[in-house]
Write a protein that binds this ligand. Structure first.
Ligand SMILES: CSC[C@H]1O[C@H](OP(=O)(O)O)[C@H](O)[C@@H]1O
Ligand SMILES: Nc1ncnc2[nH]cnc12
Length: 284
């Protein structure tokens, strides 16, 4: 079984991998953020990608999300687990808590967010944007490891790179969202278009700025992340140990493109077919 992992702010490597190799890929959408670190853990193949690149060089708006997800498709991963630092938008989600993201609210403005276009049109369902089956496995792994975890939550994705104003933060909170970050959109949309089951584990690092007396800055985020990084690594190890290929057989992601491509096959050019070969070859 092949498991893809995307590490966000503060998670730049996975411990315990054996037979480690670096895989550099070139995709129709350019180069991914970095080499995929491939190794073995618990008898499974793990492919780790640092979202912002080695040394944290890509802004949330600059991360090459399409190349990253297409690269995972080229590697043939069975799922992607994303780990992200987030601000908490609810009193009861405390810094250090994990949230399994089950919904998104998209406030991004400036990112390519689909593999389609330029000669081919598709509309995928996205009502259940993360994989419920993988979410369950991750939730159970957190419980087994004694990690404070919330079983569901809505992640609002802002463009950044600035953190929010107090007015924005209070308005987002009034919308009922649970956590705030800058990266899970378009990552989740692209994973779904690529028919890869995707789950996002959000690690609360701060209370954003809605709360009186709270402030948010990089130092604070990284400090909370560092304190909880062992939990993130234990969660991942436990998920990798527990997960079985058949667990994800019925993931909604696996059939996302069935009936979604609207362009008539005779209008799909050779160039488009080549560009999106891995995604569309069995769907047109
Ligand atoms: C370092 S604070 C802001 C930064 O942290 C989060 O990154 P990631 O989602 O990759 O863990 C947030 O989205 C911002 O990119
Ligand atoms: N408060 C916050 N807003 C946006 N992204 C974040 N990442 C971590 N904390 C954040």
């Amino acid at each position: 079984m092949k498991i893809g992992i995307i590490g966000g702010s503060g998670l730049y490597n996975i411990e315990g991998l054996t037979d480690v190799e670096e895989i550099y890929l070139e995709t129709p959408f350019g180069k991914p953020s970095d080499a995929y670190i491939h190794g073995k853990l618990e008898g499974k193949d793990v492919y780790f990608l640092p979202r912002h690149g080695r040394g944290h060089v890509y802004l949330p708006s600059e991360v090459p999300y399409r190349a990253n997800i297409y690269g995972f498709k080229m590697l043939g991963v069975d799922c992607i687990i994303s780990v992200s630092a987030v601000g908490s938008m609810k009193e009861e989600i405390k810094p250090g808590d994990f949230v399994i993201v089950t919904q998104f609210f998209d406030r991004t403005k400036n990112r390519p967010s689909t593999f389609f276009g330029n000669g081919i049109v598709a509309h995928i369902p996205f009502d259940t944007p993360t994989c419920p089956l993988l979410n369950e496995i991750i939730y159970n792994a957190c419980v087994e490891e004694g990690i404070p975890v919330h079983k569901e939550g809505t992640y609002i994705c802002i463009e950044g790179p600035q953190f929010s104003t107090k007015a924005e933060s209070k308005i987002y909170r009034s919308w009922g969202v649970d956590v705030i970050g800058m990266t899970n959109i378009p990552e989740a949309k692209l994973a779904r278009e690529a028919e890869i089951p995707y789950s996002s584990v959000a690690l609360a690092t701060d209370y954003d700025v809605w709360k009186e007396g709270e402030e948010v800055n990089v130092e604070k985020v990284l400090e909370t992340m560092a304190k909880n990084i062992e939990n993130a690594k234990r969660m991942l190890k436990r998920v990798i140990k527990n997960i079985k290929p058949e667990d994800l057989e019925n993931s909604p992601a696996r059939t996302a493109l069935v009936g979604a491509i609207q362009t008539k096959p005779e209008y799909i050019t050779e160039e488009v077919r080549k560009r999106l070969e891995l995604l569309i070859k069995d769907r047109i």
